[in-house]
Each structure stands twice: as C-alpha cells, then as structure tokens.
Design a protein around this ligand. Structure first.
Ligand code: PEP
Ligand code: MG
Length: 573
C-alpha cells in the first residue's frame, strides 16, 4: 500500500531504494532439559566459530574504513569470545545440568555481566557492554537466529532504524547503502551529522516508520524535503529519479567553484571551512573545496576507543589531519563529552539534564589530566601545520583563564623537553551559551578567536532540547532571540579585535547566509557537502545589501517573517 511519511531532512539527496529494517529479531531459548549434551556442545562451538568469523570480517571492514585504531576494538572482543574459563563454565552447565547450549550460555553470560557491573573499577565495569555485545552475537549464532548485519547489505538499501549509534554507522556497508531513515533525532543529532559526513541522504525523526514499512518494499527518500513515499507510483518514481539526477548535476556544477574563494560581488572574502570528526573525513573536506577546518570534533576519537586515547595516539590523529591540510587552518576542539555523547570507559553519572550537566570543558577542568594530555598532543601536532585550539561549552572567563594556564604549563614542559611546537598557537572558544554572547566583548579580550556553535546556542537560548523530535518545530535558529545572540557575538568579537566563525549547522543553511554575511561573520564552517553551496551563495551577494537586510530582519517579530523577508531578498537578486 502506498504511504507518505514525513520526517526531518537531515542530510541532502534523493534516492529510490529498498527498505531494510534494522531491528532485533527475538531469540528463542530452550529452557528445558536436553538429552544429547554432546550435540549441545557442538552447537556452542559452532556458534563461537561463526561469531569469530563475523568479528574478523567486521574488524577488517573497520580497519579499511576507519583505520587500525578503531579496528583494534574487535581484537579485544575476539579475545573475550575465546576466554577458556568462560567456555568451561558453559560446558559444565550443559554436561552437569543438561541445559541447552543457548540457555547455559545465557546463564554464564548474565552471571559474568552482573559481576562486571558490580566492580569498583569504572573501566572494568564498562566492559559489561562489550561482553553483552559479544554474548549476544554468540547466542544468535548458537540458535542460528539471523543477526542483523549492517556490514553486508543488498544493493540500493535504505536502512531504517529507531536510531543509529556511531558504532552502527561505522559498520554500515557504504557500497550498497543509499540512505538512512530513523524514527528519532533532529537535524543536529549526531546521527544526522554522521550521515552528512558520509554524504548519505538521511531523514530523521519519522517517529513511526519501523511499523509503517516492510522489509524489501520500494521507497522514495526525499532528503531535500523530508518526505518518504513507501510503495510509490511509477510516476512518483520517475519524478524522484529526475530530482536525483538534477541534484547530481547541480553538485557537479558546483564543483566549478572548487578552487574559488567565497568572495562577494563587492569583494568581501569569508572563509568556507568544513567540520570533521576524524582523519578519514579530510578527503571529503578537500574534495569539496573547503579552505580550512573550522571544527574537528575530537570526542569521536575518545568515543571509538576502549580507554582514553594516549597522548601519542591523539598526536598521531591530529598530526595526520594537520599534515593532510597543508598550510590551511585546522581548528581542533578539546573533548566535548557528556550531553548526548557518552564514553563507555568513563564513569559519567546519570543526570536529569545531561545537556545542562557535567559536559565538555566542565569535565576537563575537573579532570585536568585529560585536558593536559590533549593539550600536549595538540601542541605537538601544531609543529606540523596550522593548528588552532578551541574550547567548548564556555560560560565564564575563569574557565578560559584556567584552560590557558594549563596550556602554558604544557608549553613550558614541551619546551624543556625540546619538542617543537607553534609557540603562538591560537586559543579560541565556542560561543554556545548566552552567557558568552551577552558579554562577547569581554571574552574577546581573553582569547584569539570565536566560533559560534549554533547547535547548542539555539538549544540554550530557547531552552529547547536539540535532540527531542517532539519539540523539533520549536528548535529554530531563525528565532529572533537566537539571531540577536549571534549578532551580539559577532559585534563583540569585532569590538574586541578578534575574528569569528560559525561551526554549528546553521552555517550550512543557505537561507541564513545573507544575514550571517551581513552581520559580519568572518568564516562559515559546516558539513563538507555544504561548502560549495555556501560559496556559490556568497559569490552572488553584496555585503552592503546584506547589511541592510540584517537591519530589516532584526526589527521583525517572528522567525517566519524573517524567513519570508530573506526569501524576498533572494528573489530580488
Ligand atoms: C554546536 O553546538 O553548534 C557545535 C558545533 O558543537 P556540537 O554540535 O558538537 O555540540
Ligand atoms: Mg556544541
């Protein structure tokens, strides 16, 4: 039956594909006594061998896609899978208590997980999740229940899930996957950011899609509008394919701007930078003609590790990015964990309001050894190119001063060790809270640059959770209050004599470009796929006209009026 479902357009593109439901199949466990223990032992062994083979394939795919560092996690998983004591405990239950292989495995698994969960050491405690993951795979293989494997999919697959975690996306078969559709999340949720960096069309926040579509059904995913059509008509497919071809042709046309700067008609040049999550994203940055990196989210390095990455591991990742970017600026943000980003090996408390809680720099200043290791790695990388260091989630000048003091300690240490680094390395902050926007001029005296993080600035100015799809209509960066905060930040930066960029998703929103340019933003940093579109928009603008537009929109009362005024302005160009 034909159905239309609407969601949030999270990563652009149009595709026609086949639905693949990423949902767990229910395991059936035989809890009765079994007569043939030998046969159960066989089943258990076969399940283990199959699990190991699958993990080796996932390991290799991860190594190819994301590098050896991330692949190494699976070596640890294979070691846990082959633990002989664990195996013997299961065998005892099969032989002595006549349990089925799967029931015995489940019992031993639960016991061990419970034991891990009760340990003092937070690192060991966090291993419970790994053991559960491995045990689950083994149980599925022992009972011959199919495992949903995202790494090996049929051609033209649209993956449909409630949500996709970073480890899910790391496994995705990128050759055959054409789009993501999820039930939860908003435009700035990390699944959406990940989809954009993989250049995969995505629609999120569809709420009910898993119960609306069946495996293998044909669907159109229009990630330009957020509309999904299940079992479309032939005409709809033809139209979608034409739209897809136009999107592709427009993308090709934009490639002509690869080596052009973002310079307006009246000669004002701004930076067109990209955001990345790690070294593997640099190719996309260069292929899309960005002239710098305005945000390197280092927390993915921490999230894809089984323990805090060492100074050398961090240094290797930062240096790789810096070297690949040559002389272009690379703005590297210190770890922004907490909020919606957890670390499996760190004991982050359960909080009622994680976005208002122990997050980002707050964690780093309470645990200075984390920040110190990162600063040392960043400084060492600064010896290989143009590094700018950026601090997230600032609310006070004390935080800036404490961080700078620690940075200076690291500089003195490295100097005494004879390590070469950029002694004039810039230290900047993100403007993500109204506290900084209100007092931007004063913060500007303490740092070398600002970058506006509109994903958080919008949620903190409006008190609207950025990941909650129930209120996604309220999450609006065109809200006049958010625009006022952005304008204050830009004026404060310039009054204090420093430059200001924007690295939140609003920087890649072409409707916002004329007003951000008119307000005086110095650089736009966004998902790499948006860079050329923003360049094209700037090239067609005139700064003076944009300044006049800003004056008009700032006197308006509602976000809709503002959008309408910008559309009118665009039509007049
Ligand atoms: C932001 O808040 O706008 C930002 C760029 O940071 P993140 O999305 O990682 O919170
Ligand atoms: Mg942020």
């Amino acid at each position: 039956m034909r159905k239309v479902i609407n969601g949030i357009d999270a990563s652009p593109g149009v595709v026609v594909g086949k639905a693949f439901l990423y949902e767990e199949i229910k395991l059936v466990i035989n809890k009765g006594k079994v007569a043939d223990s030998k046969a159960e032992e066989e089943k258990l062994l076969k399940g283990r061998t199959a699990s190991k083979e699958q993990l080796l394939v996932i390991r290799e795919m991860t190594a190819n896609k994301l590098g050896e560092g991330k692949a190494a996690i699976f070596d640890g998983h294979i070691t846990m899978l082959e633990d002989e004591d664990f195996f013997d405990d299961i065998l005892d239950l099969i032989q002595d208590d006549k349990l089925s292989a799967e029931y015995a495995l489940e019992q031993v698994l639960d016991e061990n997980c419970e034991m891990l969960a009760n340990l003092e050491d937070p690192y060991l405690r966090e291993r419970e999740a790994d053991l559960r993951d491995i045990g689950r795979r083994w149980l599925f293989n022992t009972t011959k229940t199919p495992i949903v494997d995202l790494g090996n999919l049929p051609p033209e697959t649209v993956i449909i899930a409630n949500d996709l975690t970073p480890s899910d996306t790391a496994q995705v078969d990128l050759v055959n996957t054409v789009a993501f559709v999820t039930q939860i999340g908003g435009k700035t949720a990390h699944t959406s950011i990940m989809a954009r960096s993989l250049e995969l069309p995505a629609v999120v926040g569809t709420k009910t899609i898993l119960s609306e579509v069946k495996k293998g059904e044909t669907m159109i995913v229009d990630a330009m509008t957020g509309e999904i059509i299940i079992n479309p008509t032939v005409e709809e497919i033809t139209k979608a394919l034409a739209k897809k071809a136009k999107y592709k042709a427009d993308k090709e046309e934009l490639k002509k701007l690869l080596h052009k700067t973002a310079t307006s008609k009246d000669g004002v040049t701004v930076g067109a930078w990209a955001n990345i999550g790690g070294p593997t994203d640099v190719a996309g940055v260069l292929n899309n003609g960005a002239d710098g990196i305005g945000l390197y989210r280092t927390e993915f390095l921490f999230m894809n590790s089984t323990d805090f990455p060492t100074e050398d591991e961090q240094f290797a990742a930062y240096k790789e990015v810096v070297e690949k970017m040559g002389k272009l600026p690379v703005t590297i943000r210190t770890m922004d964990i907490g909020g919606d980003k957890a670390l499996s090996y760190m004991d982050l408390p359960e909080e009622e309001n994680p976005f208002l809680g122990w997050r980002a720099l707050r964690v780093c200043l309470d645990r200075p050894e984390i920040l110190k290791t990162q600063f040392r790695a960043l400084l060492r990388a600064s010896g290989f190119g143009y590094v700018k260091i950026m601090l997230p989630m600032i609310i006070s000048i004390e935080e800036v001063r404490k961080s700078r003091e620690l940075l200076e300690v690291c500089m003195a240490e490295l100097k005494s060790e004879g390590v070469i680094f950029d002694e004039k390395v810039q230290l900047g902050i993100m403007v993500e809270t109204p506290a900084v926007a209100f007092r931007a001029k004063y913060f500007a005296k303490e740092v070398d640059f600002f970058s506006i993080g509109t994903n958080d600035l919008t949620q903190y100015t409006l008190a609207v959770d950025r990941g909650n799809e129930k209120i996604s209509a309220l999450y609006d960066s065109f809200n006049p209050g958010v625009l006022a905060a952005i304008k204050m930040a830009i004026e404060g930066a310039h009054e204090g004599g420093i430059s200001i960029s924007m690295c939140g998703e609003f920087a890649g929103d072409e409707l916002a470009t004329p007003i951000l340019f008119g307000m005086g933003l110095d650089a736009f940093s966004m998902s790499a796929i948006s860079v050329l579109g923003i360049k094209k928009t700037i090239i067609n603008l005139d700064k003076k006209e944009c300044e006049a537009l800003v004056e008009r929109v700032m006197a308006m009362s509602t976000a809709d009026e503002i959008r309408a005024e910008i559309r009118k302005f665009n039509e007049s160009l």
